[in-house]
Design a protein around this ligand. Sequence first.
Ligand code: GAR
Length: 194
Amino acid sequence: MFKIAVLISGSGTNLEAILNAVEKKEIKSRVVLVVADRECYGIERANKRGIETHILDRKAYRDDLSDKIYEIVKKRADFIVLAGFLSILKGDILKEYKDRIINLHPSLLPKFGGVGMYGDNVHRAVLDNREEITGCTVHFVDEGVDTGRIILQRTVAVDYEDKIEDIKRKVQREEHIAIVEAIKKLEVAYEGVN
Ligand code: GAR
């Protein structure tokens, strides 16, 4: 069994999807702690399930945020899952968890990734660009922003009358599947290593 730390910044629907998968034994891992870089509803979801939570205010920690997170997760988590986490990680945590940190992104990378591309900004850009297909990506986290090796993607069709909310809803549905599938892949890759 693998131990996962989940990092969040928002409503935590993807965290919830992971927790449901743990509960239904769809994945062998369990979530040992949840870290948020701001007050957010995802923390409430974790608290309701009795999971250890930490809120590290990104504005207070600034450049030390990554090291502070590393301090909390090291030796306790096998994998780190960024499920709607909006700060950029850097430093030792990336080296120590190389190929063991994954991020969920709401577009088909390499399209619509990089600094400032998160949440609704991504879906707005998809609409502005008149994309016919969008989706989500789970990828390894490296020193860049949304540049790590892609683990898997799931696609959705964009209809001409879609608004941001419609795309968001469609992509989110796929994200909840994608994040669980990516964790399964990690489990297979690291089976026997643990
Ligand atoms: C998700 O759509 C995720 O892809 C996105 O934040 C949302 C979090 O939703 N992440 C990014 O934009 C990262 N660049 P949730 O809090 O309901 O899981």
